[in-house]
Design a protein around this ligand. Sequence first.
Ligand code: NAD
Length: 483
Amino acid sequence: MAKSYDVVVVGAGPAGYVCAIRCAQLGFSTACVDDWINKQGKPALGGTCLNVGCIPSKELLESSHHFANIRDHGEHYGISSRSLEMDIPGLIRSKDETVAELTQGIEGLFRANKVEWLTGRGQLQADRQVLVTPHQGDAYHIQGDHVVLAPGSVPIEIGAAPLQGDIIVDNAGALNWETCPEHLGVIGAGVIGVEMSSVWRRLGAEVTILEAMDDFLHTVDQEIAQSALKSFQRQGLQIQLGARVTATRVKDDKQQSRVEIEYEDSDGKHSITVDRLIVSVGRRPNTDAIAADDVELTFDERGFIHVGDHCETSLPGVYAIGDCVRGPMLAHKGSEEGVMVAERLAGQASHIHYEAIPWVIYTHPEIAWVGQTEEELKHAGEPYRSGTFPFMASGRAKAMNDTDGLVKVLAHAETDRVLGVHMVGPLTSELIGQAVMAMEFEGSAEDIMRTVFAHPTLSEALHEAALAVDGRPLHIPPPRKKK
Ligand code: NAD
């Protein structure tokens, strides 16, 4: 007889492990099946986010920022940087320690909440059974009253640039180099492309990013994207837009292997040679073998599991959450879906306000936004008012020597309701939370105007951008009135 649980969660990334913990908190007997094997060859919880995604990349971004900031601006802070050096193997070690601590932290949370961790690959069978195939030993079945699928996503591979050793890598490979390439190539100027380029540029690499689209960060509000582009170009990132990679070749010479990249743009065909290459052209749902062939789970044409508003799949009692379903591939979106599903199983009326999910790109300056962009509002014909405030005029940003960027608030022209907030600048990953709350509470630009912000803080830039919606910022000249 298959062992039975109230809830079986397949996948222990931020969607699955959070769902499992919330289910257990609500009194459900819960098992979580996961097949991740970490760098040390051991099963580990946390999925892509903790093992090879959000967390390790943030450690490399943080450390490389401190290094480059002191190297390039130490004099401004009165710090001599004459003998500054980066110990890259040390950096990688410390990143690995952080990952180990956090993934073991989830093990502790599972123990404390009595979530049973089953290591191995989980596959949905008929009647909410799950087949668990461990890395060693025989496969076995478990039974769930409810099953939650959270298998995450995997990097998209393209025929033009097959991965090869530590020369042509995806995001995971780029987190483990122990030396800095002289010339790094990156395919795709998306979230991963610009984050990983920033790390290796700061550590000394010449970086060329080849991006197929003509617009930089085309889903980001373009005023913000253009400001970020200028900052990145000043930092020395070479970003070639409208450049589609068509082929790559690894050339072995006596000393080292190099990669020849062929690409096309509006001027024709070109080629460049780099020492290493990161392929960051997007991710796809990790759903290839998530259900047995005889299970009628519905997928869309791109392999995402089809779900309704509350993550219910086409099968009764089976739910899917996180990167494997519609919506942005963001850890916090998956986690909230996990909480929502657990609470709905317990009879609560939880829901997610998908319009108020924040995005952050952890470059320097950081890019963060929530809600609709100006381009989307124009396209939808929505009447809106806009207010912006540059960090150049923020006393706190000035004192931090960190004045690139701006905050932009978009509000409905008639109701004044906040429709979107877009930021590029210092610590906007933290500032955006205030805008998310304003939107979650269905706030207006006036609500933000009438809120008291501490001085001197970066948050004042949000206050001023909201004031600017009404044409009355205090610390920049008001926009000229049209005659
Ligand atoms: P992405 O979709 O953000 O960007 C991929 C880019 O590659 C696109 O701009 C695309 O036009 C370009 N591209 C595709 N094929 C190309 C080719 N042949 N030549 C040149 N350019 C090409 O994908 P990503 O950066 O790989 O990230 C994957 C996912 O991971 C994203 O959906 C993101 O949500 C998530 N992620 C989020 C964060 C964060 O929240 N900070 C960090 C990392 C990853």
